[in-house]
Design a binder for this molecule. Structure first.
Ligand SMILES: Cc1cc2nc3c(=O)[nH]c(=O)nc-3n(C[C@H](O)[C@H](O)[C@H](O)COP(=O)(O)OP(=O)(O)OC[C@H]3O[C@@H](n4cnc5c(N)ncnc54)[C@H](O)[C@@H]3O)c2cc1C
Length: 463
């Protein structure tokens, strides 16, 4: 039997283990430093004053359907009966002191058709005219990677970036579109621009060719919360003989004379034939410091942003405003602490008990460390002030929960994919039986993490 050690029991490591057990003659051991599995997938029950509890996600609450790996994995685990989709799909942006709906007919905020953008009121007349002019120029294709902000500002003007694309993509990545990579973060835009000419016309052609099925959901969630996927994987892996060890940190990897990899752990060591590292990049850098210093140095170049996510539960009777959207985004130019708010009780039918309003509100991003620096009280006070500004809610919440995500989001800066290609090459040269996978490398959404974990596990044990 060949011994596979998977380091990191977030969704990437769990999906990797699930893939590996499909291969005969492989014994799989998965270790995690924390007492629980799931990494950045976490949920907990919020207690309300009337004794009721609500089970609410503290991080990811859904996954994209367009990248099919998460839906497929859930299906393999028999979780289809848990599937649900947003009751309301459209989000708003807080611009000019008002909440306005994001336009339809865009790809990540880039207009495929200009009329819905014009009707949204998110751009001034001059901003709209500048954006429309994108179709009139003979643009050449980008010659290499570039920041999303620089690329789209040149094409459409700054207002589209500040009011639409920045809040949307910056919000998803807790990052700054002026440093995030067009190629790594928005490959749809990079690929569409690759043919040269207008991006809007290229996206329009793509949309005409693709003709999506009507009413196809964009997101899927699980009725019991995203942790249901983690629990199902845990049970399925144990049932298939995977050894799962928590509260055990991997400290460093070394090569033995017999073509084995010895991983030093906080308690003892583990000798494996193959090792798959599914931890964030800083931890991977530490693990590989001795056996592949070049890979380790490259891993250290990947930086992170930190956020706080506060969940507020209000008495519905006390909330006077309409809440028609799934949530809203706040541009940096608005000068608020809040970067986004998800109206959980509007977005998800299973979070709506008819008596409460659930809001999940985020603070902190790549250029704003307040998500980790402020105290819980300062965060709650600041975000409640912002809710008064944006929604007009002035009542005190019935319950508040603060979830911190220090170094929660890898920042894919310009040149990120080149860096990842390069560090994978140096690792494969120095230690061909060790691989890396996870949110630091080729996509940080849950489906992309699952895809990376499964593909790396298959290549390691089948290669
Ligand atoms: C607030 C928030 C909201 C999000 N919302 C969404 C969403 O709605 N939809 C979506 O698709 N994605 C979302 N994401 C992104 C997604 O949740 C993460 O990118 C993904 O879960 C990361 O999985 P991972 O396994 O690669 O890494 P992690 O979850 O970070 O797991 C890594 C694991 O490695 C362990 N570890 C680290 N070092 C060691 C070591 N030396 N030894 C042993 N174990 C170690 C850690 O304890 C951890 O369990 C969100 C992320 C955050 C932070």
């Amino acid at each position: 039997m060949s011994q596979l050690l998977i380091i990191g029991g977030g969704i990437t490591g769990l999906a990797a283990a699930w893939e590996a057990v499909q291969f005969p003659r492989v014994e799989v051991t998965l270790i995690d430093a924390q007492p629980r599995l799931g990494g950045k997938i976490l949920g907990s029950a919020m207690a309300l004053p009337d004794g009721q509890t609500m089970m609410l996600d503290e991080g990811a609450d859904a996954f994209l359907c367009r990248v099919p790996d998460a839906v497929q994995l859930c299906t393999e685990l028999g979780l289809e009966s848990e599937f649900t989709h947003p009751a309301v799909g459209r989000a708003q942006v807080f611009v000019g002191g008002e909440l306005r709906f994001l336009p339809t007919d865009t790809v990540l905020g880039v207009p495929v058709d200009f009329e819905p953008l014009a009707a949204s009121g998110l751009l001034s007349d001059a901003g709209m005219e500048r954006a429309r002019s994108e179709v009139d120029s003979n643009w050449s294709a980008p010659t290499g990677d570039v920041s999303i902000g620089a690329f789209l500002t040149q094409r459409y003007g700054r207002e589209l970036v500040d009011h639409v694309v920045g809040p949307l993509i910056g919000g998803i990545n807790a990052g700054d579109v002026d440093t995030l990579s067009l190629q790594a973060v928005t490959p749809q835009l990079f690929d569409a621009a690759a043919g040269g000419g207008s991006l809007t016309l290229a996206l329009r052609k793509q949309a005409q060719r693709a003709a999506p099925l009507p009413n196809e959901p964009v997101f899927t969630a699980l009725l019991g919360g995203t942790t249901v996927l983690v629990e199902a994987l845990h049970d399925a892996l144990e049932a298939r003989g995977v050894r799962i060890v928590t509260e055990t940190e991997a400290v460093s990897c070394a090569l033995s004379g017999q073509d084995k990899i010895i991983t030093e752990l906080t308690a003892g060591s583990f000798t494996a034939d193959e090792v798959l590292i599914c931890t964030p990049a800083p931890s991977a850098a530490h693990l590989l410091g001795r056996i592949s210093p070049e890979t380790s140095a490259q891993l250290e170049q990947i930086t992170y942003s930190s956020v706080a996510l506060l969940t507020f539960v209000f008495d519905r009777a006390a909330v006077a405003c309409e809440l028609p959207a799934s949530g809203f985004l706040v541009p940096r130019t608005a000068g608020l602490l809040m970067t986004a708010a998800s109206v959980g009780s509007t977005k998800w039918a299973h979070w709506d008990d008819g008596r409460h309003v659930v809001l999940r509100v985020s603070a902190g991003h790549d250029r704003d460390p307040r998500g980790v620096e402020l105290t819980d009280q300062e965060l709650a006070d600041g975000l409640l002030r912002d809710l008064a500004t944006t929604l007009g809610i002035t009542e005190a919440p019935l319950a508040t929960r603060v979830s911190r995500w220090p170094n929660g989001f890898a920042q894919y800066r310009v040149g990120h994919l080149e860096l990842v290609d390069s560090l994978e090459r140096s690792l494969s040269r120095d230690c061909p039986k060790i691989m890396l996978a996870g949110a630091s490398y080729r996509g940080l959404g849950i489906p992309a993490c699952i895809r990376q974990g499964r593909s790396a596990a298959a290549r390691l044990v089948d290669g």
